[in-house]
Design a protein around this ligand. Structure first.
Ligand code: ZN
Ligand code: FE
Length: 246
C-alpha cells in the first residue's frame, strides 16, 4: 500500500510525498524547491529514499540537489532526460517498473509538454502522477512536442482504469473550469462544479487526486474523444491553441 500526501509548493505547484506502508521507503514527486518539502519531512519525522521527477522544468526539479544531499535520496527519472534532471542517478525506460519498497510504479513515457516527460503509474494503488501532461480539466502546453505527440500521450493516460486517481504537477482547477465552460457552455454539470470548487478552495483544500473518470467527463481536451470521434486530433490541436490564447 502506498500513501500519498500533496505538498503545496510555490504558487500552484504540488509536490507529492509517497510512503510505501510495507517497508517505510519514501519518495517525493517533483520537488519545486526543498523548503516546503523539508518542512513537511521535519514535521512528519520522515526521511527520503527517492526523488521522482516527471520532467526537467525548474519548477519540478528545483529541490532535487538539496534534498538528495540532505537525505541521501536518489534522483529518479527518464533515461532520455539524462543531463536535464539535476542529481539524477536512476535512469528509467518507458514501461519499466520502478519499485518503491513493495509499491510498484510503471513508467509511462508521455512526450508533448517536454520530450522526456514521464508519468508514474501505481497500478495496485490506482494512482498516477502526471506532472505537466494531464491536469484536472486541462493539459500542459506544448513546449517541445507536437500536438500529435501530446494527444497520443493523453490517450495513453485515458486508457488507464477509470478509477485511477490523477495527481498532477499544478492545480489550475478554477482557471481550467472557466475554459471548460467556455468550450461547453450548455453543460449544466460543469456549471455545478463551480460552487463546489470555490467552496473547497476557500477552505484551502488541495483540489487534486480526482479520478480519471472525472477527466473523461469534463476535461475539454480529453473530451475531444467524445466531441469529435474520428477527428479528435484536429479538434485537440485547435482547442490547445485556443487555450493558449484564453
Ligand atoms: Zn513543466
Ligand atoms: Fe510545471
Amino acid at each position: 500500500m502506498l500513501s500519498v500526501t500533496p505538498i503545496p509548493v510555490l504558487k500552484d505547484n504540488y509536490a507529492y510525498f509517497l510512503e510505501d506502508q510495507a517497508t517505510g521507503e519514501t519518495a517525493v514527486v517533483d520537488p519545486s524547491r526543498a523548503l516546503e518539502v523539508e518542512a513537511f519531512l521535519e514535521r512528519q519525522e520522515k526521511g527520503l529514499t527517492y526523488i521522482l521527477n516527471t520532467h526537467h522544468h525548474w519548477d519540478h526539479v528545483g529541490g532535487n540537489e538539496d534534498l538528495a544531499k540532505g537525505h541521501g535520496a536518489r534522483v529518479v527519472g527518464f533515461k532520455g532526460d539524462r543531463g536535464r534532471l539535476p542529481g539524477q542517478s536512476v535512469f528509467l525506460e518507458d514501461n519499466e517498473i520502478f519499485a518503491l519498497g513493495a509499491s510498484r510504479a510503471r513508467v509511462l513515457h508521455i512526450p508533448g509538454h517536454t520530450l522526456g516527460h514521464v508519468a508514474y503509474y501505481f497500478e495496485e494503488d490506482a494512482c498516477v502522477f502526471t506532472g505537466d501532461t494531464l491536469f484536472h480539466l486541462g493539459c500542459g502546453r506544448l513546449f517541445e512536442g507536437t500536438p500529435d505527440q501530446m494527444w497520443t500521450s493523453l490517450l495513453r493516460l485515458a486508457a488507464l482504469p477509470q478509477d485511477t486517481r490523477v495527481f498532477c504537477g499544478h492545480e489550475y482547477m478554477l482557471l481550467n473550469l472557466a475554459f471548460a465552460r467556455y468550450i461547453a457552455p450548455q453543460d449544466k454539470e460543469l456549471e455545478d462544479l463551480v460552487l463546489d470548487f470555490e467552496r473547497a478552495r476557500a477552505k484551502g483544500e488541495a483540489l487534486v487526486g480526482f479520478p480519471l473518470s472525472f477527466e473523461m467527463r469534463f476535461n475539454p481536451f480529453l473530451r475531444c474523444l467524445l466531441d469529435a470521434p474520428g477527428e479528435a486530433l484536429a479538434l485537440f490541436t485547435r482547442r490547445r491553441l485556443e487555450k493558449d490564447a484564453f
